[in-house]
Design a protein around this ligand. Structure first.
Ligand code: PAF
Length: 279
């Protein structure tokens, strides 16, 4: 497995690859969710490149950039286990050597859901992902459904900018009790970790109601809210949002249809957990 730290070297490496290149962009602290993306890439592509880069521009001023968990040696072992061909591991000066005057911003859909509390987050994501796509030149790029809004935004960016890259969204990987895997789960204290599966449990309850014929979005949101507030007491957390929407334009729906999504974000302790379900 190659470990490459500079853009120039990665571009040189890319000239030596043959066949389809699959790309898994990550911020490291890898877990089974990332491993499932690597597996999907391994199955479909001749060459698998993983990037590990904690991208400062997608963190807001009071967010967890410094605290974000990092462990390159562990990530390296996991990539080796996942039969990755190459890790691209640049540092911040390599990716942002001077003031960036160019920003890739997808309008409107980035200001909803997570964009309401993190207004500059997605422009940080799309700018770094566009840079990574230009450097790596993949045929297929793999993202997790856990970050559903991110995958909708990236798909839209790739289409709007005519990028010749297929965006694949892979299913959410969960802990045994249903908690969606996330690097940020490591922030949870014991009592918070116990409360955290309530996100998935509430989504399952909502799905059950929808399958029994309930299509009123307000009623379903109310059920989710009550379920979460029962389990997550004010001292340990609070709900950021519960939204039901169409998966192309992220427009709110009042009468739910098959294919719509329910997404939620809940602060529990220091972690802001997100989860979603497509009905
Ligand atoms: O999903 C992530 O880990 C990040 O947002 C990404 C796509 C690697 C961009 O920094």
């Amino acid at each position: 497995m190659e470990i490459i730290k500079t853009i120039e070297e990665l571009k040189k490496y890319r000239k030596t690859t043959e066949g389809k290149v699959g790309f898994v962009p990550t911020m490291g602290h890898l877990h089974d969710g990332h491993l499932s993306l690597m597996k999907a890439a391994r199955e479909e592509c001749n060459n698998v490149i993983v990037s590990i880069f904690v991208n400062p521009t997608q963190f807001g001023p009071n967010e967890d950039l410094d605290a974000y968990p990092r462990d390159f040696e562990r990530d390296k072992r996991l990539c080796e286990g996942g039969s990755v061909d190459c890790i691209f591991y640049p540092d911040v000066d390599e990716m942002y050597p001077r003031e960036e005057l160019t920003i890739v911003r997808v309008e409107r859909i980035t200001q909803k859901l997570c964009g309401k509390t993190r207004p500059t987050h997605f422009q940080g994501v799309t700018t770094v992902v566009a840079k990574l796509f230009n450097i790596v030149q993949p045929d297929i790029a793999y993202f997790g459904q856990k970050d559903l809004q991110q995958s909708i935004v990236i798909k839209r960016m790739a289409e709007d900018l005519n990028m010749d890259i297929k965006i694949k969204v892979c299913p959410i990987v969960r802990e045994k009790d249903g908690l969606a895997m996330s690097s940020r789960n490591s922030y949870l204290k014991e009592n918070e970790r116990k409360a955290a599966p309530v996100l998935y449990e509430s989504l399952q309850k909502a799905k059950g109601l929808f399958e029994k014929g309930e299509n009123n979005a307000d009623k379903i949101k109310e059920t989710i809210r009550n379920n979460i507030e029962d389990k997550v007491k004010k001292e340990i957390g609070n709900i950021d949002y519960i939204e039901i929407f169409d998966t192309e334009n992220i427009d709110d729906v009042k009468k739910i249809k098959k294919g719509n999504a329910i997404a939620l974000a809940v602060f529990i302790g220091k972690a802001r957990l997100i989860d979603n379900i497509i009905l």
